[in-house]
Structures are given as structure tokens and as C-alpha cells.
Design a protein around this ligand. Structure first.
Ligand code: CO
Length: 133
């Protein structure tokens, strides 16, 4: 599985955007509000296939805002690109990993996404993502 992106939780997406433009020496290529997930996201390309996803919560009830409150800004999740998300979800669950939701949801960047609880994956929030055909 290729890594599709690394998710970084930020408090102020505008200043994070400026900082990552310097880190990656490139401008962001996509920006989007995902109401269902309560996030404002900005994507940068890092190499050919991998992206960096900056996430800011849209409101205090957003999972990202809650995460930052608890753990602070920074690394949030790693997202693996899969071809058949339902098959991978089934496989991961059969391996004993704990899902954070029942069904894949529409996420950012025109993808279906699904998360596994960091408690079951050694501390890392894992996202599976699959492009919406
Ligand atoms: Co993500």
C-alpha cells in the first residue's frame, strides 16, 4: 500500500500553509472545506504520489479541534491508498484492528475514507482511502 498522505493537525491553517510552502518549497495544490468531517484542509504534494494534508477544525466540536486540545498540534494520521476499501476494512478488522466508524465516508480530495483507532494500531491513527470513481 502506498502512503497517500500524512495528516497534520493545525490551529491556524493560514500560517501552517505559509510554513509548509517553505518546508516543501511548493504552493498548496488543493484547499477544501469538508463539512461532514468538520475540517478545513489544505493539500501539498510531496514527491510524485504522497501528499501532506493540513487539517484545521471548523468548530470546537470537530475531531481535529478536540485532538489539538488534548495532544497539541502536529502529526495526526497516516493515510494508505487502497484499491478496494471495503475489502481492506474487512481484512483489517479480521486482523483485530478496531474501526472508528461503521462505513467508509466521503473525505477530502474526492476519496472515500475509513479510520482505525490508534489504540489498536500502536498509537497511530490510520486512514484507508480510495478514490471515488
Ligand atoms: Co487524511
Amino acid at each position: 500500500m502506498n502512503i497517500d498522505h500524512i495528516g497534520i493537525a493545525v490551529k491556524d491553517i493560514e500560517s501552517a500553509k505559509l510554513m509548509y510552502s517553505k518546508i516543501l518549497n511548493a504552493a498548496p495544490y488543493k484547499e477544501e472545506i469538508v463539512e461532514e468531517q468538520g475540517v478545513h484542509v489544505v493539500f501539498f504534494k510531496s514527491g510524485k504520489e504522497t501528499k501532506v494534508e493540513l487539517l484545521q477544525g471548523l468548530h470546537s466540536e470537530s475531531p481535529i479541534s478536540k485532538y489539538i486540545e488534548k495532544k497539541g498540534e502536529g502529526f495526526h494520521h497516516v493515510a494508505y491508498l487502497v484499491e478496494d476499501i471495503n475489502k481492506e476494512i474487512e481484512r483489517m478488522i479480521s486482523e483485530g484492528f478496531q474501526p472508528l466508524q461503521e462505513k467508509p465516508k466521503k473525505g477530502a480530495n474526492n476519496k472515500m475514507v475509513f479510520f482505525f483507532h490508534p489504540k489498536s494500531t500502536g498509537g497511530t491513527l490510520i486512514e484507508l482511502c480510495m478514490p471515488i470513481a
